[in-house]
Write a protein that binds this ligand. Structure first.
Ligand SMILES: Cc1cc2nc3c(=O)[nH]c(=O)nc-3n(C[C@H](O)[C@H](O)[C@H](O)COP(=O)(O)OP(=O)(O)OC[C@H]3O[C@@H](n4cnc5c(N)ncnc54)[C@H](O)[C@@H]3O)c2cc1C
Length: 387
């Protein structure tokens, strides 16, 4: 199945590839890399038409950029939460002032964002949020509570926070979507959570009377649930295809490792490798089929998440299996605080344990597919997956 790239798309592909080849060298820290991308106009590729982003690319060219980015070995983006989640949400629900204030720094790679949804008692069941935001006499909101698993909070300048503004409200009522500056010493504390991989991509975030301005409420007080759900709907499409380019690269490396170690002679390993290859093809066709969102109502995004989460986890297991006993060597240094060394296969194995949790766990995806696609009877309370 061919996506049908035009000659204009291919010309754009050459431009993107040439720029990436000239700039990806692994020397820049992540915030500097974001500003480099912003300066060259590679952030906000589709919101030019709205008057804020850098370009007005059509869908196929957005796919081309995402594919070339994944192929180039460029670093994982720390600006993706601002670009891909916050920006479309502000375009859909924000005021003109909010768009004018927040979108240009996202497009320039100058302000980074994090997502303050999950709490210790509210993950899959996001309507259980208990963080409070109370309005002062001068209109400022004072936020008190705890968020958890907040990816990149340690790098972020701003956080969008789902908080309860109506005392005594329950479930999805009385919630508000607030834009909160992170630089509030004594009122916001970010504590890194060390992961299995030895690194800390996510954090606990404690709010103790943190301030948010009244004009930084998105969608109006009490309308936070609708805004929060709409934001979750923006994670799809273009990025899925880019992700699959990354997956193909990883599968290729696992395959080479299997040949090198001789594991490929084992019929069970061969069968698993072929299965991974075939399933990746199916995921690509499914992504191409649903690109543009027309099949969203049919649960396409939930099916895609369910497929790729498990697929990537199985690839991680295969990556260490084909290495044999050598995969068990390391970490090299268990001493206090030292980040331990993992090679790519070990990192893939460990990090992919999270793939069936974030963005809505497998169980939650199955429930959504059961209820919304298959029409089975509903569970007793609403559930959503986030992050
Ligand atoms: C790498 C990573 C990054 C993340 N980044 C962010 C972020 O930036 N911002 C943010 O807000 N959150 C983030 N999260 C949090 C993520 O959204 C939650 O972990 C996820 O929604 C699950 O919630 P929970 O951890 O509270 O688990 P729980 O909801 O407590 O679930 C525990 C287990 O019970 C199952 N379960 C729960 N309810 C049901 C049910 N009704 N039926 C059947 N099974 C059920 C789940 O599937 C899971 O297996 C991140 C998580 C990870 C792993």
């Amino acid at each position: 199945m061919d996506f049908g790239f035009s000659s204009g798309d291919e010309e754009f592909r050459r431009e993107a590839r040439a720029w990436l080849a000239g700039h990806v060298d692994g020397t820049l820290d992540r915030p500097t890399w974001e500003r480099t991308l912003g300066k060259a106009g590679w952030i906000g590729l589709s919101w030019g038409a709205e008057g804020y982003g850098n370009r007005r690319l059509c869908l196929t060219q957005q796919v081309v950029w995402a594919e070339e980015y994944a192929r180039s070995g460029a670093p994982a983006r720390s600006g993706h939460i601002g670009e891909n989640l916050l920006a479309p949400t502000l375009l859909a629900h924000g005021t003109e002032e909010q768009r004018g204030r927040f979108l240009p720094p996202v497009a320039a790679g100058e302000e980074l964002w994090c997502q303050g949804y999950s709490e210790p008692g509210a993950g899959s069941d996001l309507a259980g949020v208990t963080t409070r935001a109370e309005r002062d006499g001068d209109g400022t909101y004072r936020i008190t509570g705890q968020k958890i698993w907040t990816s990149l909070a340690h790098e972020a300048d701003w956080c969008f926070v789902l908080a309860r503004t109506e005392a005594g409200s329950r479930r999805h009522h009385g919630l508000t979507f607030l834009l909160v500056p992170m630089d509030q010493p004594g009122r916001i504390e970010v504590r890194p959570i060390r992961q299995l991989t030895g690194t800390s991509e996510f954090n606990e975030v404690f709010f103790d009377g943190a301030c948010a301005r009244a004009e930084h409420v998105v969608g109006g007080e009490g309308a936070g649930w609708g805004v929060a759900m709409s934001l979750l709907g923006f994670e799809r499409g273009v990025s899925t295809l880019a992700q699959q380019i990354g997956f193909a690269g990883e599968l290729g490396r696992v395959l080479r490792a299997a040949v090198d170690s001789g594991a490929v002679e084992d019929p069970v390993v061969r069968e698993r490798l072929v299965r991974q290859w075939a399933e990746l093809r199916v995921m690509r066709w499914n992504a191409l089929r649903t690109l543009g969102g027309s099949a969203e109502a049919g649960g396409a995004a939930n099916v895609a998440k369910l497929l790729w989460g498990g697929w990537h986890q199985r690839l991680g297991e295969l990556a260490v299996l084909v290495r044999g006993a050598a995969a068990g060597v390391g970490p090299v240094d268990w001493s206090a605080g030292a980040p331990y060394e993992l090679d790519a296969a070990q990192h893939l194995f460990m990090f992919s344990r999270a793939d069936t949790i974030y963005g809505g766990s497998d169980q939650i995806q199955r429930t959504i597919i059961a209820e919304r696609v298959l029409g089975l009877p509903r569970e007793s309370k609403g559930i959503k997956g986030v992050g």
